[in-house]
Design a protein around this ligand. Structure first.
Ligand SMILES: Nc1ncnc2c1ncn2[C@@H]1O[C@H](COP(=O)(O)OP(=O)(O)OP(=O)(O)O)[C@@H](O)[C@H]1O
Ligand SMILES: [Mg+2]
Length: 258
């Protein structure tokens, strides 16, 4: 339980990861309550994907501890994989399968019963507007259509915690809005916790109730979108982000150069 009495879904203590001399993640202390919609933002190379890979049980930290859904990342990575969903940054797809076959394959990995799986596949493909193309091979899909199938595969087993690493990359604005609505609908109906890495600050502002800003491996801001905006004396989250990260300085450099 945290101070507000909500159960804690993710807790990290001094979580760090180095790759040789590169410090990708530097002493992350983070606590997220169940049913949080966490938006993790920060520049390229800040360490967001590294954090997701550690918390989803795919990568060992150099030091520090974390528990995810009640399981220790050092001892329970398989349990974590079973109860979470992950949309990776650079996912692989089996291009010789159709969307339905791929989703059936993923559902089988999670030991879903045929009935439940069939109805979830039908529902997700229909929400994402892929009915009609569901039996075509994935190699014939556009990149955004593939991304839709991957979003569906992440949600297929109704995970209690979902990691989405750049969910809207490659999606057209209408589908991005749909994914936004899908997350908000799931958040309303279920206790699902969302951990979302994104460069789309508007998306984070609309979807997330807690935002973390990561810069060079360090968590430099954490709070509700309103808290971050007012704390930075900014107009909106994008303005706050640029103030905190110092993006305006880079823009000035560019203008000088031009
Ligand atoms: N497997 C790896 N081997 C070596 N260095 C790595 C590896 N993975 C990540 N890094 C380094 O760790 C740092 C953080 O990378 P990470 O992918 O976590 O950033 P990110 O915040 O997800 O960036 P982006 O917004 O570009 O996706 C970078 O300096 C990157 O080069
Ligand atoms: Mg990344």
């Amino acid at each position: 339980m945290n101070m507000t009495g909500r159960k804690i879904e993710i807790k990290t203590k001094g979580l760090s990861k180095s790759f040789g001399s590169v410090v990708a993640l530097d002493n992350l202390d983070l606590e997220l309550a169940t049913a949080s919609r966490f938006g993790y933002i920060g520049p390229n190379g800040a360490g967001k994907t590294t954090t997701v890979r550690i918390l989803s049980g795919l990568l060992r930290p150099t030091s520090g501890d974390a528990s995810v859904c009640g399981f220790d990342i050092h001892k329970g990575s398989n349990r974590i994989k079973a109860v979470t969903g992950l949309l990776p940054e650079t996912p692989g797809l089996y291009s010789k399968l159709s969307a339905v076959e791929f989703l059936e394959f993923i559902g089988a990995l999670y030991h879903m019963s045929d009935d439940v799986l069939d109805s979830r596949i039908e529902k997700l493909l229909s929400i994402l507007g892929l009915e009609g193309r569901q039996d075509d091979l994935l190699e014939s899909y556009s990149s955004g259509m593939k991304q839709k199938v991957l979003v569906a595969s992440t949600l297929i087993h109704e995970p209690r915690l979902v990691f989405l690493d750049e969910p809207t990359s490659r999606l057209d604005p209408a589908v991005s809005a749909l994914v936004k609505d899908l997350i908000l609908a799931l958040a309303k109906e279920t206790e699902t916790t969302f951990f979302i890495c994104t460069h789309m600050i508007d998306f984070a502002e609309d979807v997330c109730d807690i935002i973390g800003i990561l810069n060079e491996g360090k968590l430099v801001a954490l709070g509700s979108p309103e808290q971050i905006v007012s704390g930075a004396g900014a107009e909106d989250l994008e303005d706050a982000y640029l103030k905190i990260i110092g993006g305006k300085i880079d823009r000035e450099k560019l203008l000088d150069w031009m």
